[in-house]
Structures are given as structure tokens and as C-alpha cells.
Design a protein around this ligand. Structure first.
Ligand SMILES: O=C(O)CCC(=O)C(=O)O
Length: 298
């Protein structure tokens, strides 16, 4: 569902938005089913946690970068209402998907508690510019219900968190355990807000927002989310991944073949009209992606 202007204003002014029912029931159900191509179902995991030790060495074990094994997941990274929101927030239609990941967390696997921090340390080589429009948008689509027990993200409203310098004194140089050194434990305990909501909720925040992951306290909690981070093609100092690194993976072909020309551009695929396209590149690209409709590039 299209994010209303009220949400956009919240993202600009409060630094984050939480929008329930972003996904329709059918697209949510299909995406949830596809999660089990990558992760154990919660009942499977809790029946025998030791069988899933790959999820239990660090709090980041459950991260899996796109492309994934199902179109029902892949299509969500360029969901039309997400592109629409990013376009309105970032003030440009020339959007770049600079990261896309799934993230699963299971109670008891590891301690997911974090200190309050900002994410730009590994999303930019420099620091966020205090500008409007902002330069980056981080978005999370909740694929499971998230209550207070399910390790909700804890976010600090922009006006409260902005008193913290971008690079606090506790950080020296660039090699840092960011989520443990940025701010002391308990910082903003009174002001932080839990991002809870039913599956299908969209949560977005600005690159300068202070936030943290929190401990899962429910006995059998499991939290699944899909992260899609956007900026505008241009700056050379932001990013997380070069998609060509993943373009030989078995799930890549279907993604390009089924995406529209507009959707392909978020990965950096040349747009219709780009000087890249000529008879030779069209023929050879068609051979690479046999089921893609390349007529718009002619
Ligand atoms: O998982 C979450 O809720 C937040 C995680 C986070 O902020 C991080 O790893 O940088």
C-alpha cells in the first residue's frame, strides 16, 4: 500500500516511519512461505536448535544477501510502493538499491542486544550530510509479527538523538566494533521507541538516526525481516555491495528476467535509451537472459 504523506513527513522530521499493512495479504503470505527456502521454520528450529548451529555464532549469522531463491522475496526489494516512497524521500527517480538482505533471528540462538549506534559507519565512507532531501534510506519490511518480546528495533527520535556527534569521542579511527563502542549501554533508555507491528509492516529510517537491535525475550520468538536500502546513483562514497558480484548466482537470472526495465535500474542495469544499447549488446544480453523482454531497449 502506498505510504501516505503523513509517513513521509515522519521519516523527514522524526527520522523514521512505521507503516502497517504495507504489504498486501497475498504478497506477504507468499514471501513468508519463501523464507523456508533459506531458514528453518520456527517450530523446526526450536525442536532442535543444535541442528541449526550456523545461526548461533554471531548476531549477524541470520543475514542473507539478495538474490534469494524465490521471486516472491526478490520482488519485494523493488516493490512499487517502496520505490515510490524512496523517490519521494530522496527527491530523485534515479534510485540505487545499495543493499538488500534477509535477516532471521531466533530466541536463544545468540544475544541480539546492541548499544545505540548509527549505521552510516558501514554504509558510507564519510558521514551523513545534514541535507534535505536526505541521501540514504534504510528500509525494513517485517515478515513476522514483532512484539516487545521479539527483539524489536529500538529507535531514538531524530531530535533526541541528534545531540550525539556523528563520530563520538569513544570511536577512534575506523576499525571499530560499531554497535558496542558508539554509545554506552543504556543510552537513551527512556527515549527509545520499540518498532513493533504485524507482519507486513514497513519500517524506514534516515542514515543519521540512532537505533539498536534488542534482546529477544520470548521463549520461542523468531523475527524475520527483509532489508532494502536505497540511495541515488551518483555519490561514490556510499554503498554496501556491487551487485555484479552476485550476478552468476542461480537466483539472479529470474530476477532480471522478470523485473521491469525500471526495476532493473535499481541494480545498475542500463536503462532504455542508455548509449550502452546497440545491436551487439542487445543480442548478447538476450543470450544471457533468454526470457527477458528486451524490446524496451531497442
Ligand atoms: O536488528 C535490529 O533490529 C537492528 C540491528 C541494527 O541496528 C544493526 O545491526 O545495525
Amino acid at each position: 500500500m502506498r505510504a501516505p504523506d503523513r509517513c513521509l513527513a515522519e521519516l523527514r522530521e522524526r527520522g523514521y516511519l512505521v507503516f502497517e499493512s504495507f504489504l498486501g495479504a497475498d504478497e506477504l503470505a507468499a514471501a513468508q512461505e519463501a523464507l523456508w527456502l533459506h531458514y528453518p521454520r520456527p517450530e523446526e528450529y526450536f525442536a532442535n536448535p543444535a541442528a541449526h548451529a550456523w545461526l548461533a555464532t554471531s548476531q549477524w549469522d541470520g543475514l542473507i544477501r539478495a538474490p534469494w531463491r524465490s521471486w516472491d522475496l526478490n520482488r519485494l526489494v523493488f516493490h512499487p510502493d517502496l520505490l515510490d516512497l524512496a523517490e519521494r524521500f530522496l527527491g530523485s527517480a534515479d534510485l540505487r538499491l545499495y543493499e538488500a538482505e534477509l535477516w532471521a533471528k531466533y530466541a536463544g540462538a545468540v544475544d541480539y542486544d546492541q548499544r545505540q549506534h548509527r549505521d552510516f559507519g558501514n554504509h558510507s565512507l564519510v558521514v551523513p550530510k545534514r541535507s534535505d532531501p536526505a541521501a540514504q534510506m534504510t528500509s525494513w519490511i517485517l515478515l513476522s509479527d514483532v512484539s516487545e518480546e521479539d527483539g524489536p528495533t529500538k529507535v531514538v527520535p531524530l531530535r533526541v538523538g541528534e545531540s550525539v556527534p556523528y563520530w563520538p569521542d569513544a570511536l577512534d579511527g575506523s576499525a571499530n566494533e560499531y554497535v558496542t563502542n558508539y554509545l554506552p549501554a543504556g543510552a537513551f533508555a527512556e527515549e527509545e521507541v520499540s518498532v513493533t507491528g504485524p507482519a507486513g509492516t514497513l519500517f524506514c529510517f534516515r542514515p543519521d538516526i540512532v537505533h539498536r537491535g534488542s534482546r529477544m525475550t520470548g521463549d520461542r520468538s523468531a523475527r524475520f525481516s527483509l532489508l532494502a536500502n536505497y540511495d541515488v546513483w551518483g555519490p561514490r562514497w556510499t554503498g554496501r555491495v556491487g551487485w555484479a558480484t552476485h550476478s552468476l548466482s542461480p537466483d539472479w537470472g529470474e530476477l532480471i528476467e522478470r523485473a521491469t526495465p525500471r526495476e532493473r535500474t535499481v541494480f545498475g542495469f542500463p536503462a532504455p535509451g542508455d548509449p550502452y544499447w546497440d545491436e551487439q549488446t542487445l543480442a548478447d544480453t538476450q543470450a544471457r537472459y533468454p526470457r527477458a523482454d528486451l524490446t524496451p531497449y531497442r
